[in-house]
Ligand binder design. Sequence first.
Ligand SMILES: [Zn+2]
Length: 303
Amino acid sequence: MSVKKISDFLYLTDLKPAGFPNFIASYTVLGDKIAIVEAGPTSTVKNLLNGLDEIGVKKSDVSFIAISHIHLDHGGGVGTLMRHLPNAELIVHPRGAPHLVNPEKLWSQSKQVLGRVAELYEAPVAVPPERILPASDGMTLDLGKGMELEIVETLGHASHHLSYFERNDRTLFPGDAAGIYLNQFDVIMPTTPPPFYLETTLASIDTLEKKVSRFLCYTHFGVAANATEKLERHAAQLRLWAEVVANGLQEGKTLEAIIENICQRDPAMRTVSYYIRTHPIIGRGMLRQNVQGFAGYIQRQQK
Ligand SMILES: [Zn+2]
């Protein structure tokens, strides 16, 4: 089973890229209108559509697809998905939208950065521009039955990142703005690839904290309670990483040595170090990119 009922208004679908569970979630929000939060990559569109069948949602009844950002694991599949959902409009940050209308650059850059993981996600397909709703911070989508999906701009992980907050059920969909939650360990890890901006990211976490949520629905992965504690824990973790990377750079350490330091200093990373190094998608590559994001940020500070 790939679908899990969270409440009468909310379902999680485990998209299982290349068969790997517990890594990418898409959420279905049910009012009179139906919204999907996060499209996932092209390679898992079939799984998402099967999930809709399981929930009992008709394809023609989906009104909105709301994505946090255009990276392949969140928005890469949206063009393909929209071919199957004839009445759905896309919600995406205006800075991200052009890259989904013309996805060639997104695909070539993703292949460069992600390598074989990009191939596993598969190439994005173009989205018709007339089906894109221009999103702005604070805008709400009225889904009926009292359900309102609010758009919350949360820059940092990407310069075009949005989170979503459903006001009736008090459900927060942070996208990648609150880190990656490894639910089986109750551990959060940063997702801070270059170009990374620490202050912007911390300000976004602050914004999310003000939403006082009952459910925190991570794309990576799953539904968690105690949103405030988790968001604060992640903010403290980002500050710690900044300190460790800054010290490492000052001492002239290699990136590999700095990664080792982080795994020693951050108890969360100590817990999951083996798990992530051997994870088929996260792997060492993601850890390396995250530390590179911090290193770039610190080097810009020093200029
Ligand atoms: Zn992601």
